[in-house]
Design a protein around this ligand. Structure first.
Ligand code: MGD
Ligand code: MGD
Ligand code: MO
Length: 760
């Protein structure tokens, strides 16, 4: 038996193994609040891709043969030599025939924790070495927020997040936390890159114990933990910007606006104020107006606005709110409201974006940056906003707007994915399936037979972190871990690094890709780069022996967002054109986008309860509490939450009664775009008219050969809409989605995690 440490995006664990399977898992001893998702690690050896596999028609007929049969046809297992030769010669054909821009290597996805073996970084390095690739910009997490944030505060969101007021400061100073979308502990289980300790629950409890009041403005009650005794206000999804605008309106009418802060630290208040008062459109953005749009009590909107100015208050907003039509406006209006309240830069006052979205926001941890793998410059300058992939594949040459530019979609002949799962993460999967049939070749590196692997032409079996040595940790957290191999590579799987090294040799750039290092030598090399940045670090061998490093506390780890800017905006201006927070942006005005005006504005979502008729329920597809996205959906933690093997959708008792449904029933969830089956939980913890089906149940169509065939397992992305947030960011709009629900027969479903068929 072997025991070793591993790191996941949801924490560190001690793992026991007999070499071929996991026999025990214990959370890292220093973690006060470990995630139960660790119990799913036992599944890491199941549903695996065991050998390289090629789709039948592609193998027989060559690239471009029957792309429509992806996900339908069986695979043929082949030797590594054969698969690598075929992939290398196809990469060579595409780059010489069409140029490197015809290779889409965006490969969005979280892959695994572990810095060297990070699958997407390995792919990007490989594709850069062979001459470049079409890339993607921004994230599914917060594309709209990422693009708007620099126009408002000058910093990009990543830097802004680093500077967030520490939760320990909130615990000490804040009287009132008002959060749009809550502070969901289910999401704070996770941090991209991993963490040593989950600290948020304890710090929020400390705030509550000292007397902090919480208001949860969200369609779901448990977005704030029950022990925090939050007041719950449940608006219609997509109406939050109206509620924020109405709070500003109340403060204007009651003369509670912080005119000094607006004068000294902001630009554009005159324009925003005029909009709020309805000077141009004749509609004052009053609490009565917002009450109609949101379903909230206008008196409570007014009184809550006044409370914000009467005590030390912190406003927070979830990332989810901007994953919707005109999502850019949500973060911008929240910042505007905080400016009007005037507490930005004071201890425990102002605003935050994404407390609870991931573990690191406001964690006040000492931070160190670990060297990146690095790669040569990408010689292709084509890119897409991350979630425009189906548009790109369907409409090459068509123009699109993005962040003030007009570009056009490149022609793509080869897609290479490593470390992501588009047939989990993309909206409108039936549309993606049509687009996915277009390229001549799709190559996927995957440990598991995911819905994306099943839709590839060439599948390379990849190892997981449990099968390799690595170093891991997030640059936003205070631990670095040595990941130890505890399992033999499952089947014939190889590390992504080996796969790309072998392809690079075939393309005659082996030396450029590997720089002559084995993977263990690379891990040591990267660690030594870290050690030279931080000379108090242990040597590599000492680090391996200890298993982890915890970074020492420094005086500046506890933070107050924009305290220096507040103290003197002349000495510490923001990096915006004006040096101030921009409530009106001349730059955005210059773009002239009707769907992204130059000041924060409530724009009616294209799909929401305010205009529902045929499909009367608003579908939220939030992050799953029981897994990370689609990862280890076949593990124990995820399986335990399902009913009859299907993902569980929450529904209000009134909506259930109207459809003659009871707890545990199987339902059909549908709209014009698609249909999935799900099981329901009937609960008064969700707003009437709203249902919530978490993401990540593996997409599993009843009949993959029939376009639009229902997903029997409960993947919400057969229902969501594939459109950009606005002309500015073109971010995903998963949360703007209407559906209808009806009772279905609870027939047993086949294993959604089964391998595909093989022949030969
Ligand atoms: N409807 C709806 N859809 C959404 C969202 C939503 O709110 N609603 N949220 C969106 C968001 S915010 C995100 S971030 C995305 C997440 O989407 P993804 O990041 O694509 O989801 P994951 O399931 O984490 O996919 C990672 C894949 O990498 C594979 N992998 C793990 N380790 C390795 C490795 O070492 N090598 C290789 N080659 N592969 C590996 C895993 O098996 C898995 O298939 O989903 C988005 N989709
Ligand atoms: N356990 C777990 N944690 C995760 C992840 C995971 O897969 N599993 N994924 C991680 C990733 S990649 C990301 S990007 C973050 C995402 O973090 P978020 O974007 O914050 O996550 P969500 O769960 O989509 O949304 C949080 C809550 O917002 C509420 N909400 C949705 N729409 C609206 C609205 O219109 N108005 C209001 N007021 N509230 C609304 C929902 O009730 C939902 O529970 O989570 C991370 N954390
Ligand atoms: Mo995300």
């Amino acid at each position: 038996m072997t025991t070793g440490t591993t790191l996941t995006h949801w924490g560190a664990y001690e793992v026991d193994s007999d070499g071929n399977s996991i026999t025990g898992v214990r959370p890292f001893a220093k973690d006060p609040d470990p995630s139960p998702i660790g119990d799913s690690l036992e599944a890491v050896t199941r549903s695996r891709v065991l050998r390289p596999a090629i789709r039948k028609s592609w193998l027989e007929g060559g690239p471009g043969t029957r792309g429509d049969l992806r996900g339908v046809e069986p695979f043929v297992e082949v030797s590594w030599e054969t698969a690598l030769d075929l992939a290398a010669s196809e990469l060579e054909r595409v780059r010489t025939t069409h140029g490197n821009s015809a290779i889409f290597g965006g490969s969005y996805g979280w892959s695994s924790a572990g810095r060297f073996h990070h699958a997407q970084s390995q792919l990007h390095r490989f594709l850069a070495v062979i001459g470049g690739y079409t890339d993607k910009r921004d994230t599914y997490s917060h594309a709209a927020g990422e693009v708007i944030t620099p126009y408002v505060v000058g910093y990009d969101y990543w830097d802004l997040q680093q500077a967030h007021t520490s939760v320990s400061v909130i615990a000490e100073h804040t009287d009132l936390v008002v959060s749009f979308g809550g502070i969901p502990l289910k999401n704070a289980q996770v941090q991209n890159g991993g963490m040593g300790r989950h600290t948020l629950r304890g710090r929020l409890q400390a705030a509550r114990d000292r007397g902090t009041r919480f208001v949860n403005i969200s369609p779901t009650r448990d977005d704030v933990a029950p022990e925090l005794d939050a007041e719950w206000l449940a608006p219609r999804p997509g109406s939050d910007v109206a509620v924020m605008a109405a709070m500003i309106h109340t403060l204007v009418i009651d003369a509670l606006v912080d005119e000094v802060f607006l004068e000294t630290h902001c630009v554009g208040w005159a324009e925003l104020r005029s909009y709020i008062l309805g000077n141009a459109d004749g509609t004052p953005k009053s609490a009565d107006w917002a009450g109609e749009l949101s379903g909230l009590d206008p008196d409570r909107i007014r009184s809550l606005a006044r409370e914000l100015t009467g005590c030390r208050s912190m406003l927070n907003i979830s990332w989810s709110l901007q994953r919707s039509d005109h999502g850019e406006q949500t973060w911008w209006m929240l910042i505007a409201l905080a400016c009007v309240v005037g507490q930005i830069g004071l201890p425990g006052g102002g605003f935050g974006i994404g407390y609870g979205a991931v573990a690191s926001v406001g964690n006040g941890a000492p931070r160190r940056s670990f060297p990146a793998l690095g790669r040569p410059a990408n010689l292709v300058d084509d890119f897409i906003p991350v979630s425009r992939i189906a548009d790109m594949l369907l409409h090459p040459g068509t123009p699109f707007t993005y962040d003030g530019e007009t570009r056009s979609y490149p022609f793509i002949d080869l897609v290479y994915w490593s470390g992501g799962n588009p047939f989990h993460h993309h909206q409108d999967l039936n549309r993606l399936a049509t687009a996915w049939a277009r390229p001549s070749t799709i190559i996927v590196n995957e440990p598991f037979w995911t819905s994306t692997a099943k839709r590839a032409d060439i599948v390379f079996p990849a190892t997981t972190p449990l099968e390799r040595r690595d170093v891991g940790g997030s640059s936003r957290e205070d631990f670095l871990f040595a990941l130890e191999p505890v399992l033999e590579p499952v089947g014939e799987s190889r590390d992504d690094y080996e796969i790309f090294s072998d392809l690079a040799v075939r393309l005659e750039v082996g030396g450029e890709f590997t720089e002559g290092r084995t993977s263990d030598e690379w891990v040591r090399h990267l660690y030594e780069g870290f050690e030279s940045r931080y000379p108090d670090s242990p040597t590599y061998d000492e680090f391996l022996a200890a298993g982890f490093i915890q970074y020492p506390e420094t005086p500046d780890t506890v933070k107050i967002l924009f305290d220096a800017f507040r103290a003197d905006p002349e000495v510490d201006p923001l990096p915006t054109p004006s040096g101030r927070i921009e409530l009106f942006s001349d730059t955005i005005a210059g773009f002239g986008y009707a769907d992204c005006p130059p000041h924060p504005t409530f724009l009616e979502p294209r799909e929401w309860l305010g205009s529902a008729d045929e499909y009367p329920l608003h579908l939220l597809s939030s992050q799953p509490s029981t897994r990370l996205h689609s990862q280890l959906d076949h593990g124990a933690t995820s399986a335990a939450r399902k009913i009859d093997g299907r993902e569980v959708m929450r529904m209000h008792p009134d909506d259930a009664a109207a459809r003659d449904l009871t707890d545990g029933d199987t339902v059909r969830v549908f709209n014009d775009r698609g249909l999935c089956f799900a099981s329901i939980e009937v609960t008064d913890g969700i707003r009437a008219g709203v249902v919530d089906l978490p993401t990540g149940a593996w997409y599993d169509p009843v009949d993959p050969s029939a376009p639009g065939s229902p997903c029997r397992h409960g993947n919400p992305n057969v229902l969501t809409r594939d459109e950009g947030t606005s002309s500015l960011a073109q971010g995903p709009v998963a949360q703007s989605c209407l559906v209808e629900v009806e009772k279905a027969v609870a027939a047993p479903i086949p294993d959604p995690h089964a391998s595909p068929d093989f022949i030969g």
